[in-house]
Design a protein around this ligand. Structure first.
Ligand code: ADP
Ligand code: MG
Length: 215
């Protein structure tokens, strides 16, 4: 990896409102993984992105999925799968912060260990983005609470941890219920063998980016 030059977000094709919001959040320059992944992700390409924890992977996929979203279309257009409830909550918070510039984007969290009922009501009230753990998302799909026919972007976040936790089959089931014509973004801190298998099955001609740990 070549010594990373700082890069401003305004080198990307993001809306002026989004760029204003990033400045307000104090996001002045892209992190290395954001600079490596956002240009391809914003073009709609599938992506495998590997970088250590704390490197800003959430905003990398959040900005891409928000750019692809139509706020006036009342359907789930993005789904982010995360390993744990805590991570799903963190991802939801970050997407909401980054979406502030957009009009009324609804993000619903579907995690295990939380009663189904409130989640079902939230889905009935409409969601543009769903963030959740694979088992619970599959549960809502089985019950007919969640439809994915308008899905444009599927994100597998912390994919290595999801595999460690035994979610391969649930991820596979969910991915098979997504439209074939979609963008799939896979983010991971490490690249064990299972990730290659996951990518081979569910990503289409992906761009691979990796940011080495900095010392
Ligand atoms: P990862 O998913 O790689 O572990 P996170 O997405 O949780 O990392 O980001 C780690 C922290 O960095 C968060 O507090 C986030 O708000 C912050 N962050 C992300 N991108 C930027 C940026 N471009 N500039 C400043 N802070 C950022
Ligand atoms: Mg993360």
């Amino acid at each position: 990896m070549i010594g990373a030059m700082p890069q401003a977000f305004d080198t990307l094709s993001l809306s002026p409102a989004t760029l204003d919001n990033l400045r307000r959040l104090g996001y002045l320059e892209m992190t290395a993984i954001q600079a490596a992944s956002l240009p391809s992700a914003l073009l709609g390409k599938d992506l495998i992105a590997q970088a250590k924890t704390g490197s800003g992977k959430t905003a990398a996929f959040a900005l891409a999925l928000l750019a692809n979203l139509n706020p006036r279309r009342f359907a789930v257009q993005s789904l982010v799968l995360c390993p744990t409830r805590e991570l799903a909550d963190q991802v939801t918070t970050e997407i909401r912060r980054l979406a502030r510039a957009e009009e009324n984007i609804k993000v619903v969290t579907l995690s295990g260990g939380v009663p189904l009922r409130g989640q079902t009501t939230s889905l009935e009230n409409g969601a543009h983005v769903v963030v959740g753990t694979p088992g619970r998302v599959m549960d809502h799909l089985d019950r007919g609470n969640l439809q994915l026919d308008a899905l444009g972007t599927l994100v597998l976040d912390e994919a290595d941890r999801m595999l460690d936790m035994g979610f391969f089959d649930d991820i596979a089931k969910v991915a098979r219920l997504c439209p074939a014509q979609r963008q799939t973004l896979l983010f991971s801190a490490t690249y064990p063998e299972g990730i290659a298998k996951l990518a081979a099955q569910f990503l289409r001609d992906p761009v691979t980016v990796k940011v080495e740990a900095q010392h």
